[in-house]
Structures are given as C-alpha cells and as structure tokens.
Design a protein around this ligand. Sequence first.
Ligand SMILES: Nc1ncnc2c1ncn2[C@@H]1O[C@H](COP(=O)(O)OP(=O)(O)O)[C@@H](O)[C@H]1O
Ligand SMILES: [Mg+2]
Length: 235
Amino acid sequence: MAEIICVIGNKGGTGKTTMSHMLCQGLGLLGQRSACVLTDTSREPLQPTGRRYITADARTRDALTKVVDKLRTLDDWIGIIDGGGNRTEMDRKLYALSDIVLLPFRDSHEDLRTVVRDLEMFPRAYAVPSQWPSNAWQRDAADRSVAQIMGAYRHRILKPVSALSSSKLLLQKQVPDQLPTALANACRALARQVLDVLEVDFAEPAIEEDDIGVVERLSPAEMPMRLAPNARRPH
Ligand SMILES: Nc1ncnc2c1ncn2[C@@H]1O[C@H](COP(=O)(O)OP(=O)(O)O)[C@@H](O)[C@H]1O
Ligand SMILES: [Mg+2]
C-alpha cells in the first residue's frame, strides 16, 4: 500500500503546490516512486515528462477517489496530494485519508497564527516553513518568531524550505531538461525529512561531488524546530 501524504492548510499562497512538487521530485531523486496528485480546480494538470515522478489529475471528487484507491493498491509508492487551500471540508477529508500531513507556512504573523490553528486541528500534521528567507539575519528573525509563536509545537516543525526562485520551474507545464543543482538539493533535503518521518528506509543514491557541500543539515542549536529525536535515523 502506498503511503499518502497531503499538503494542506487553511490559507492560499503558502507554497502547497510548490512544496508538493519539490517533495515528489526529491523523492524521485532519492530513488522513491511518487505521484503528485492535483486537486485544485483552478490549476491545470502538468506534464510528467522530465520529472522524477508522475502526475495525477484528481480535480473531481470521483477522480480523487479513483486515484487514492489506485495508490492504495501500489506497494512502495508515495502519493502526495496537493490540497487546494481555503477549503476546510476538503482538508478534513484529505487529512482522514493521509498517513502524514504537511502544512506549509510563510514567515508572516498571519501564516504563523493560521498554522498553529491547523496544527491543533490536525494532530498528525507537521508544519513546514516555506519560502524561508535565505538572508542570515532575516532567517534568524523568522526563526525567532517561530520559536515565540510556535514553541509548543517545535517537535512538529520540519526544517525550512528556502525561498528559491527556481522552484517555479517545477510548476511549469513542461519542466526544462536540466534543473538547477540548488533546486535538486532543496528537493532532496525535503524528501529526506519526510522519509525520516515516514520511517522509510532508503539508500541514498550517489550524488555528484559538487553537490555534497550544499546538502545542509542544521544543528539543533541553530533552529528551535526539529523533529523529535526518536523520529530521526542516521544515514
Ligand atoms: N520555496 C519557494 N521559493 C520561492 N517562491 C516560492 C516557493 N514556494 C512557493 N513560491 C511561490 O509562491 C507562490 C505561491 O506558491 P504555491 O505553491 O502556488 O502556493 P499554494 O499552492 O499554497 O497556493 C508562487 O508564486 C510560487 O512560485
Ligand atoms: Mg496550490
């Protein structure tokens, strides 16, 4: 049976669609089979060509049921459902059928307040800082706000996905032949965390030497938000 992850949150523009595709691409780069499932009726389906994952169109209720039923029959697959936003009923439904849930949020007080409410509503959910500032002092300030407002949930906050302009390449109908290394690294870093949470064992495919220095793992002291230690495995 496939693992099912949904990316939801009661707010638009937090980066759900981008994060869903980054996660799928990262899983593909780590040798996992994944499907990115579109549920947002305002978005067009994307071509799977050139991606490390397949795309599925589930914009109607029937199509969603079919896609989820199909995923349930597949072993060793991970299905990522990109939720539409501002649809609490749909979010509840997706939550009910998912193994884990990701809640992207940006560095704004409104996003922080919303994600706290969503974390309360969805006990199996993890919050993921999205479009996080890469500038050191802005990032520090953002991390401090998170520590202040979300301290009680620190074990349910994953490492941030940085603001990366190349992330929009994955939302193009057709992806370019070559994706920038920084994007591939960010996709892999996100996928590694999610595999840790799912406790899926994976052998890291060899990566090019140039990439190694860039795959960062921050020390717990640097960020107040970490996975619970027992959810982590060395690899
Ligand atoms: N990591 C990121 N870095 C830079 N821009 C991002 C990132 N994630 C999302 N964005 C941008 O933010 C906007 C909203 O993202 P999107 O994924 O469509 O959010 P949602 O699906 O939650 O509405 C888009 O313009 C997208 O390109
Ligand atoms: Mg979206």
